[in-house]
Design a protein around this ligand. Structure first.
Ligand code: SF4
Length: 340
């Protein structure tokens, strides 16, 4: 039976029209699901009885389950079990502008980035839209917190699950859904060029971040195998086209790995690479994982790297290490659980 959280607003409207109802029923049902957050159809007080029976026949309301959580003052990491027993995770971060949730988009990941705890896990499958939406709903319910920002930076490559991710964005952004503003939603990609091109043509107003981590092909080929398929030249052309089409500033994420990508020469190369783009560079301190082969850049070198970029008039920040002890790197809580 189809899970109702898998249906976009448009699909639900079409469903109601197809069964001879008015399309405004979708507004009512979306409000019950995403604003009043009911757990059964019978709680939908303004829906007539016969229609409730029909909804119960046609849809499931089943949810994924929270099976573990770890907390620090600024971060909470949640582990979920899916109906096929796969595990996924999401991290809630307290920011000075509200609460931001880092959502997973796949079970495992096919991209194999060397610095990522999910890399060796390999992709098992894409997450369905309902499994992404419910990460937000369940964490809001468990924590009593209103999530104001969503970043698709958990386990998985969002553009490798493009259609489900786009539907997820529509639902959480919908005025009858969770009403999370498009500017408060960020998709992070490792650089799937054809999908960036497709995304540029969509009318989504959400932010785009690119996990860059290296300023030249040799180093990026080593750190991120996807670069062999879509090298930096192609990536930069697609990002320039994206900017021309959308006029939306791009964020580059750069995880600082000691003696790998953090030398002064890398900072100068990075400036040269991105200088023609309206962009923002986010330097991310690396959190060493148990299985990780890298070390974190020390503060002094990070400052020097930052200064080189700053002096070249490119917007740059260093990401605050919120809850580094539980964040570690994407996939770590799940890796631990599977080992146990
Ligand atoms: S960093 Fe992201 S894209 Fe790369 S392997 Fe990890 S989850 Fe996948």
């Amino acid at each position: 039976m189809t899970n109702i959280y898998n249906y976009s607003f448009q699909e639900l409207s079409d469903y109601f029209v197809a069964i001879g109802e008015k399309s405004f029923r979708a507004q009512q049902v979306f409000r019950w699901l995403y604003q009043k957050k009911v757990n059964s159809f019978s709680e939908m007080a303004n829906i007539k009885k016969e229609l409730l029976v029909k909804l119960e026949e046609d849809f499931a309301l089943k949810k994924i389950k929270i099976i573990d959580q770890k907390k620090t003052p600024n971060a909470q990491k949640y582990l979920f079990s899916l109906s096929d027993e796969h595990k996924i995770e999401a991290v809630l971060l307290k920011q000075n502008y509200g609460y931001s949730l880092c959502v997973s988009t796949q079970v495992g990941c096919a991209m194999g980035c060397l610095f990522c705890a999910s890399g060796p896990m390999q992709k098992k499958r894409n997450l369905m839209t309902y499994e992404m939406v419910q990460q937000i709903l369940l964490i809001e319910e468990a924590s009593g917190i209103n999530i104001t920002h969503v970043v698709l930076m958990g386990v998985g490559e969002p553009f490798d699950n493009y259609d489900n991710v786009m539907k997820f964005i529509d639902t959480i952004n919908n005025p009858y859904g969770m009403q999370i503003g498009a500017r408060h939603i960020t998709i992070s990609t490792c650089g799937l060029v054809p999908k960036i091109n497709q995304f540029a043509q969509s009318d989504k107003q959400v932010n785009l971040a690119v996990s860059l981590n290296a300023p030249n092909n040799e180093l990026r080929d080593f750190l991120m195998p996807i670069n062999k398929k879509y090298p930096l030249e192609e990536l930069m052309i697609s990002l320039k086209n994206y900017y021309q089409k959308t006029k939306r500033r791009i964020t580059f994420e750069y995880i600082m790995l000691a003696d790998v990508n953090d030398h002064d020469k890398h900072a100068y190369e990075l400036v040269k690479l991105v200088k023609d783009l309206n962009c923002y560079i986010n330097l991310i301190p690396y959190n060493k994982t148990e299985h990780g082969q890298f070390q974190a850049t020390n503060l002094e070198q990070m400052k020097q790297f930052y200064d080189i970029i700053k002096k070249s008039k490119i917007n740059v920040t260093v990401r605050k290490e919120l809850g580094a002890d539980i964040w570690a790197a994407c996939g770590q809580l799940r890796v631990q659980s599977e080992e146990e």
